[in-house]
Design a protein around this ligand. Structure first.
Ligand SMILES: NC(=O)c1ccc[n+]([C@@H]2O[C@H](COP(=O)([O-])OP(=O)(O)OC[C@H]3O[C@@H](n4cnc5c(N)ncnc54)[C@H](O)[C@@H]3O)[C@@H](O)[C@H]2O)c1
Length: 411
């Protein structure tokens, strides 16, 4: 019998998780949607043949209807995670909850209390845990191939177009409306460190800021919207919305209407058509975080917007070897016999086809597995690890705002 899922927020993430039901209809069935945007709701409802009574205009209406479902996927904007999560937990549902789970550490703790009390499964959207690539990396570490881990050097290249799209013009440009970039983007990475090491993070310090997407960097004569910009200025600009959305298609993925005419409309009317130097953004464009883990393991993490492509690059240094990963391939260097093994995630069977290196479908598969076979202890363990990553992210932001002051993490 397929697991039943109600989706709250039929935007990019809601549609992504729901599409698992199209690929694996025997495993997952979509039974309802809550979405205030008419176009997104009807697109979604049509795709999953949802009757009118299982379409709601808000999460409040959905929880009040007490739908017959096994799990609720909360895929609303960052500011709308905590309240629906608490309400659906009170109503007795299991959750697939998008990260960040909440917008402050206090709110995360409030949610954690509710999870421990209701003993429901709350799988937080840390999709990287379920990719072939990171699963293999974790297996190499657990097998002791490189001995004891001494330190980690990890980089998250954001990609200049992605930075302009999400963290300047888009949903996460303004941290008052959304969340700090180190939480939004890097709680994935902190989740990885906690998972790889199986240790607690004890201390954190961080520096970073917003260097480039500022009004003072706007070229003289540039218009407030790219479609109105003088041609010479627009052609020379790496961040031109015309280049990103009209001449390329990569960043059309979040929008329901991805046609050229849909993009023309988007650039005319929406925040995505704004000059990157004329937005209401305050998100950082670079940040570094140093972490000290239990047992003296150190991690240095860099998040950088001005890179050609995105992904993750990692070096892990152990007492018997070294792992070098570029997001696709892992090279494992063994000191004792000076041999090297190479492993390419793309050549492996699995869910590589879905977004985030297979993690988008991987987390839904894990959700189904946990609901079918997981114990309450397994459910709680998955949530507690995600909680730890949020704790690190909030401490990093606090440190950054205090010019790198070391934050000691509570137990
Ligand atoms: N796990 C990941 O890797 C990952 C990646 C990107 C985004 N996210 C997170 O997923 C969440 C959703 O991001 P997105 O890119 O899908 O955003 P989105 O804007 O595309 O989708 C959010 C949807 O929620 C809807 N919504 C707003 N208020 C609502 C309400 N009261 N009730 C029901 N629906 C409501 C919006 O209309 C919108 O359609 C964000 O919190 C984001 O940070 C996670």
């Amino acid at each position: 019998m397929a697991i039943r899922m109600v989706v709250i927020g039929a935007g990019d993430r809601g549609r992504t998780y729901a599409s698992y039901a199209e690929a694996y209809p025997d495993e997952l069935r979509i039974v309802g949607v809550a979405e205030p945007n008419e176009e997104s709701r009807s697109y979604f409802a049509k795709r999953y043949a949802l009757p009118e009574k299982f379409q709601w205009r808000s999460w409040e209406a959905a929880v009040a209807a007490m739908p017959e479902t096994d799990v609720v996927a909360i895929c609303t904007p960052d500011a709308l995670h905590l309240e629906p999560a608490l309400a659906f937990l009170d109503a007795g549902y299991h959750l697939l909850l998008e990260k960040p789970m909440a917008r402050s550490w206090e709110a995360c703790r409030q949610l954690a209390e509710k999870v421990r009390q209701t003993r429901r499964l709350v799988l937080v959207g840390h999709v990287l845990r379920y990719t072939n690539y990171f699963t293999h990396l974790k297996a190499v570490l657990d097998a002791g191939e490189i001995g004891d881990v001494v330190s980690i050097q990890h980089m998250e290249p954001v990609a200049y177009m992605h930075a302009a799209h999400s963290f300047c013009r888009g949903n996460w440009g303004n941290t008052v409306r959304s969340t700090p970039m180190i939480l939004q983007k890097c709680c994935h990475d902190f989740d990885q460190f906690v998972w790889w090491l199986g240790r607690r993070c004890l201390r954190v310090s961080s520096f970073g800021g917003l260097t480039h997407f500022r009004p003072e960097n706007r070229p003289a004569g540039a218009a407030a919207r790219c479609l109105d910009c003088p041609k010479a200025i627009e052609r020379a600009c790496p961040f031109s919305a015309r280049k990103i959305y009209l001449e390329r298609t990569t960043y059309r993925y979040p929008f329901v209407d991805q046609s050229d005419s849909g993009m023309e409309r988007l650039l005319k009317d929406s925040p995505y058509g704004r000059c990157v130097y004329a937005c209401d953004n305050d998100a950082v464009d670079h940040q570094i975080v140093n972490l000290l883990f239990d047992g003296g393991v150190t991690v240095s993490h860099i998040m950088e917007s001005y890179t050609y492509t995105g992904g993750r690059e990692t070096k892990i240094f152990g007492t018997r070897g070294e792992i070098v990963g570029n997001g696709r391939t892992l090279r494992i260097y063994h000191f004792s016999d000076r041999t090297t093994t190479e492993w390419d995630s793309v050549l492996e069977a699995g869910l590589n086809g879905s977004g985030h290196g297979g993690g988008d479908f991987g987390i839904v598969r894990e959700l189904i597995r946990q609901l079918e076979h997981g114990t309450e202890a397994d459910h709680l363990a998955a949530f507690e690890m995600s909680l730890e990553s949020h704790k690190i992210a909030f401490a990093a932001e606090k440190s950054r705002l205090a010019q790198g002051e070391v934050q000691v993490l509570e137990g």
